[in-house]
Design a protein around this ligand. Sequence first.
Ligand code: BGC
Length: 785
Amino acid sequence: MKPTFRTAVLLSLGLLLGPALHAQKAAPRSATSTTIADDPKMQRFIDELMSKMTLEEKIGQLNLITVGFDVTGPVVSKDVDANIRKGLVGGVFNTYTPVAARKLQEMAIKESRLHIPLIFGYDVIHGHRTIFPIPLGLSATWDMAAVERSARVAAEESAADGLHWVFSPMVDIARDPRWGRIAEGGGEDPYLGSELARAMVRGYQGPGNDLTKNNTVMACLKHFALYGAAEAGRDYNTTDMSLARMYNEYLPPYKAAVEAGVGSVMSSFNDINGVPATGNKWLLTDLLRRQWGFKGFVATDYTAINEMVNHGVGNDAQVSAMALNAGADQDMVGEVFLKNLAQNLKDGTVTQETIDQACRRVLEGKYKLGLFKDPYRGVSEKRAKATLMKKEFLDDARDVARKSFVLLKNDNNALPLKKAGTIALVGPLATRQRDLIGSWSGAGDWKQAVSVEQGIRNVAGSSVKIVTAQGANFTDDALLVERLNAYSGDIVPDKRPAEEMIREAVLAAQGADVVVAVVGESQGMTGEAASRADIGLPAPQLELLKALKKTGKPLVVVLMNGRPLTLNWEQQNADAILETWFAGTQGGNAIADVLFGAYNPSGKLTATFPQSVGQVPLYYNHKMTGRPFDAADPKERLAKYKSRYLDISNEPLYPFGYGLSYTSFSFSKPELSSATISPGSGLDVKVTIKNTGNFDGEEVAQLYLRDVAGSVSRPVRELKGFQKVMLKKGESRTLTFHVSPDDLKFYNNDLQWVAEPGEFQIFIGPNSRDTQQASFKLVDGQAAN
Ligand code: BGC
């Protein structure tokens, strides 16, 4: 469901000026876009086409409409049909299948005056029909080949299903777990986020970004920009930040996707320092196109132009001109361009040249996809049948899901479980299928998702006896259930009193050898418009865990959720905790693989888990204060004038990069090839990792850097490299990381991209906290380029 827009009062356009922006003195590394926007053949083709187009038809290309999901009923409304025939629609989304896509495309090709093909988009976010883990889970694999594979499978399936364009990757850095959309991205870190962005673009657009290949889809980078920094974690809220913070901490993943050749960008809902992103010329033109060299087209988010009226920057006509002039090319759903641009042109608030430019960019997108040659891109029911959810894709989904799980605790070797005895399988998520595929799983069929119960049966067979009991409802907040059900209608609370449900679960536990409690959030509790002020386990589920604990049976908590949660009781009392996010179509099988040790968990957190929501925003790469508090120093126990809380410590519950394994690993002290680095040189860091436990397993070696003293205060550490390695038990391996002068650079307050001489510390370890240290110096002055 989508927000509606209200008309609002006309407010002063003075607001549009936004903050005074520093001139950027040194351009960042130039974009190496691999698109074919400068292709003269394409330009000639589009010149000729545009020479025949009326103003109305050009504006039509800027109109992106939604046509509803139901492809078995009336696919499109009458108006839509008429508008397509009149050439007033450039693209459609929310419809798929070869039959539906062909039907609409035929309408455009055969019945519109210039036969311009439509572009078909869709929210393919973590898989199309075969659903992979939610993006936060994908990021926890720290395995870029796996992430790329998930996007490749999504591209193969969506292309076979009549789609050309996916509204992904979502690369918004998020440091606030209250924000429900943290589930849709890669977490808090700009370096990891950039790697993820590149991997996803590669996966969707294929090698060399050759979108004419029928098994590729155009990616859409979103939400540009800074949507994840919404104040107080409340969706759609304001963002306000310094340019240096933007450039260093929030913009890198977007830039990485542009450099990887992403074909399109979606402008975000939020305002940035007072100017809505969708009408923000600095953002959409100066930064995106001039500085980064982006060559594709920009679509707005859903009714984002209309919403600029609510933001208070103008009336309908004014926001129409503002968005187009800023660099928004296609208007998603709002039809503001359709209604206003002709008049805007008459009034002189937009120029013909600007309309032409937007139209050209949309047409270029279609050309790059080969739509003018084959508007159907080879779709057929036969191809769809052979492609969608084929065995190979389901196997990929299972494998990637296993890699995404993070073992948060495992005392007394509670895991892996033996394939023997009785398991009490309890909790509201133990038998559920719908939640496994998570939010934004549009074309995914939850009925094909493997539940945890089914997965355990598949993996352990009859050697294990399973006794199930729901034990608790998701929540006892009736209004919350009503809200969630208003959109997906999938929560049916058990009407029994809570005590009775708990009693049943306790009984099951008493008769079992181990309790596996599958608890967490329902899928609707994360995603868009799903912010939470309290990020703990909902009360009835925590009560259930407490009752189970009292049975004295080993307690294994399997979590499903789409954000960092506060899990203090759980950490203190459970024997094992396995974080499984929303793991996708093959979720239950993947969970069972890990529970029984067929796969040794290797995932690592990509967003810090706080102890309390009161610590938020809490992220590992923070700055130092002038009065840091050192919890490890006993003299500081009662120290007052320190940067600390009176009631809890500053530490997270689980730090960024954290995750356990069934085996253990040791790290040697890092050895540097040189004690100095100079501009133009680099150094190598060697570290030896040993598998010291009893299972084969994978470890992620993480390298962080700290610039000890700079012209501005620098983060306490920043991720600059990682390697995931598989080690057999007893095996050691020496890894080499290269540190280049570029790794030492940052944007200073004049937005110069510089490395400053002086001491740097290097940290290597299995997470951002438990690291070993070495240091080196950057010599020879500044290395600005
Ligand atoms: C979301 C986007 C999504 C779009 C189209 C919006 O509400 O913010 O992420 O791509 O809808 O469904």
